[in-house]
Design a protein around this ligand. Structure first.
Ligand code: UD1
Ligand code: MG
Length: 451
């Protein structure tokens, strides 16, 4: 079945009061990615005819993030039903019978575990059954604040009662609203017109459209899905649980793809982390967004990586920090307490101890001695350091950018390099050593007299 004739509406305008945050709820991250990105990603393969994201006032960041999906502002947010009403105004003229859109799929921006196949199945199911409203339900361990499904004895969905409005008997119902609805597009406006705010929260609940459709004699159906897929995030505790769940999934995916995780539960991934075959990740490593690691590389304990591309056979850490723009080519070694930012290290280059390499180009096979610092910032501007191939930078060198060290050069330990070093030169830039033979006993004698 072609599913191109549906519109997707993603609700993200709620203030997220229970998060107690200055940040809109849907901008809180799970595995390094804002929550709202997940439902949108699940939708993409289904190619909706239109995707509308409903955002709240002052949520320009959300609108920018979801582009090219259209966004509409719901101001003030008066509930999920009111949010869908805003989306419908934007969809005006695109709906069947005049337009082509037959179904409206409503998702909540705080439900990050949805799978594309599930959405596809729900769309198919509504068309197959002819239900006016089809809702995904689940049986979580704790029904908590989820809306409760009220079913007839023969399993027809009669209405959804929100937890805040539920009687004690209704509270004890175990099949709850997972927050995905597929609605017959041509009838949705008339359902929304029937919404009232006479409830515990004083909001227009989208969930009331079920009872409204039933009063019109139309059929509504519930489809039960695994609770793990429908978890909604309303509090920081739920955010932490979702993070843990997502991390478990990402660890399994890494292991399944041929990566060794010595202690999986101590490794934290971002949703976009890419690890090739035979990568070994030691315990206690964090992958921030935008990291790729090539075949056979080893990431040693306590390393923190973000925005970095690590080549095959490279070795990183222990205790390394790779920041955005770090590019490590094949067989590069970056060791303990080394920070790399916006720099490319060529094939086989090594920086094994206590260094900062920022805004730099490091040639293949170059060895950066312990304690070397690229001084890339003068308090106002950033400058680049270029180090050629096969150079040897002695320990504790300060390379004051902009500066270039030619290929094959040797820089003596402790140098402060402020001007370019020619290729193959030996450069020494430090105070000259003075030796005074036999003076040590005199000094010791003088100091002893003082005590
Ligand atoms: C909602 C459902 C509940 C369901 C649960 C599933 C309603 C009334 N209740 O409750 O039955 O079990 O989700 O997770 O729909 N939003 C807007 N505009 C608003 C209010 C909310 O866009 O005016 C957005 C929020 O940003 C959020 C989503 O709608 O992404 C759901 O809102 P939320 O307040 O989280 O509803 P729940 O209490 O979780
Ligand atoms: Mg919610």
């Amino acid at each position: 079945m072609s599913q191109s004739k549906f519109a997707a509406v993603v609700l993200a305008a709620g203030s997220g009061t229970r998060m107690k945050s200055a940040l809109p709820k849907v901008m809180h991250s799970i595995a390094g990615r804002p929550m709202i990105a997940y439902p949108l990603e699940a939708l993409t393969p289904l190619a909706p005819a239109s995707t509308i994201v409903v955002v709240g006032p002052q949520m320009g960041d959300v609108a920018r993030l979801v582009a090219p999906a259209e966004s509409v502002v719901q101001d003030p947010p008066l509930g999920t039903g009111d949010a869908v009403r805003h989306a419908m105004r934007a969809l005006d003229g695109r709906l069947a019978p005049r337009g082509a859109i037959e179904d409206v799929l409503v998702l909540y921006g705080d439900t990050p575990f949805l799978a594309t196949e599930t959405l596809s199945r729900l769309l198919t199911e509504r068309r197959r059954t002819g239900a006016a409203v089809l809702v995904a339900g689940m049986r979580p361990a704790e029904p908590g604040t989820y809306g409760r499904f009220v079913l007839t004895p023969d399993g027809v969905l009669e209405r959804i009662v929100e937890a805040a409005d539920a009687s004690p008997e209704e509270q004890s119902l175990v099949l709850v609203n997972g927050g995905i609805m597929v609605i017959e597009a041509s009838r949705l406006d008339e359902f929304l017109d029937g919404l009232r705010r006479d409830n515990a929260k004083g909001e227009f609940y989208l969930t009331d459209i079920v009872a409204i459709a039933r009063r019109k004699g139309l059929s509504c159906r519930a489809v039960e899905l695994p609770a793990a897929e429908l978890i909604g995030i309303n509090t920081r505790a739920e955010l932490a649980e979702a993070e843990a769940l997502m991390q478990r999934r990402l660890r399994h995916a890494a292991l399944d793809s041929g990566v060794t995780l010595v202690a999986p539960e101590t490794v934290f991934f971002s949703a976009d982390t890419q690890l090739d075959r035979d990568v070994i990740v030691e315990p206690n490593v964090t992958f921030g967004p935008g990291v790729t690691v090539g075949e056979g590389a080893r990431i040693c304990s306590f390393s923190y990586l973000e925005g970095a591309a690590i080549g095959p056979g490279a070795r990183v850490g222990p205790f390394a920090r790779l920041r955005p723009g770090a590019i490590l080519e094949r067989e590069v070694h970056v060791g303990n307490f080394v920070e790399v930012k916006a720099s490319r290290l060529g094939v086989g280059a090594k920086a094994n101890h206590l260094s900062y390499i920022g805004d730099s180009e490091v040639g293949a096979r170059t060895n950066i001695g312990a304690g070397t610092i690229t001084c890339n910032y003068d308090g106002f501007n950033k400058f680049r350091t270029v180090i050629g191939e096969g150079t040897f930078i002695g320990s504790n060198t300060a390379l004051v950018a902009p500066v270039e060290v030619g290929a094959g050069a040797i820089v003596a330990a402790g140098s402060v390099i402020t001007s370019d070093v020619p290729p193959d030169a030996l450069s020494i830039a430090r105070a000259q050593q003075i030796d005074k033979p036999g003076r040590a006993p005199d000094i010791r004698a003088r100091l002893r007299r003082k005590t």
